[in-house]
Design a binder for this molecule. Structure first.
Ligand code: ZN
Length: 264
């Protein structure tokens, strides 16, 4: 099911002892900790190689404090995963959402992220699932129609590739930070411009139709160290006051899509 990420190749990857190889001889190491690195030289040069180890660890601590639990429940309610599902999380980060849902519902789980520290953390925490380091903005390294569910949770969006790897009867979840997300920490000037939900629906309009939409919002009273973790785990303009204990809002717009059928 895994495909070679080389843009002139895209042939099936076959597992050998400590690596994966395609028929053209491109070879990728399988780390001892269980993940596979499919990054291409051009991805490694990218100025946006994804989350740093510090950001990954900070986000994991927030998950472990239970702060994001209500968001996870809302995602479970809109996606309604079944045991028979095969789920790709594109931009899986440390694997919290995918790994937790997979253990609860028993589906097959596949996570892709461009950040090596994030995928390493996911593979360590949820070793029973498949974790891949790859640049999904370029190519989602799986055969067409591999998945019944694709999720993009506050991650990048590659509509064409999501459609290709999704079955015709599959569903796509896109979660984006809502206008209220971390409002206590954002600079007042902000200015959201056009609604992000509208822009996102437009991004997918060629390949997908919106079937459900919900907002998931929770607040948590965070101590100083936790507020610092929030700041570490995200990248957006922040006010520059010293960090203090405070109540913080976490909020996602959840968009569920179905694929449009397109004759090939
Ligand atoms: Zn190849």
């Amino acid at each position: 099911m895994l495909l070679c990420p080389d843009r002139a190749c895209h042939q099936a990857l076959v597992r050998e002892e400590k690596r994966l190889v395609c028929a053209q001889g491109h070879s990728f190491d399988a780390a001892a900790s269980g993940y596979v690195n499919l990054l291409q030289p051009q991805d490694k040069r990218s100025k946006d190689p994804g989350d740093t180890a510090a950001a990954v660890a900070a986000r994991r601590r927030l998950h472990d404090r239970g702060v994001t639990g209500p968001l996870l429940e809302a995602i479970a309610q809109i996606v309604r995963p079944a045991k028979s599902d095969v789920v790709l999380d594109a931009g899986c980060g440390d694997g919290f959402y995918l790994g937790t849902l997979a253990r609860r519902f028993g589906f097959e789980a596949y996570g892709v992220d461009i950040s090596i520290p994030a995928v390493k953390a996911a593979a360590r925490r949820y070793p029973e699932y498949q974790w891949i380091v790859a640049n999904a903005d370029r190519f989602v390294p799986y055969a067409g129609g591999s998945f019944s569910v694709v999720m993009s949770i506050t991650a990048r969006m590659n509509a064409g590739e999501f459609r290709r790897v999704l079955r015709d009867d599959g569903r796509l979840l896109v979660a984006i930070p809502s206008a209220e997300d971390l409002i206590e920490l954002r600079s007042p000037s902000g200015g959201e411009g056009r609604d992000r939900v509208d822009r996102t629906v437009e991004t997918f309009a060629n390949d997908f139709a919106l079937t459900d939409r919900r907002k998931a919002t929770t607040t948590a009273q965070l101590e100083e160290a936790a507020v610092r973790d929030v700041l570490l785990s995200i990248y957006r303009p922040m006010r520059s006051q010293p960090v203090e204990a405070m109540r913080v809002t976490f909020s996602l717009d959840l968009l569920l899509f179905k694929p449009l059928f397109k004759p090939k």
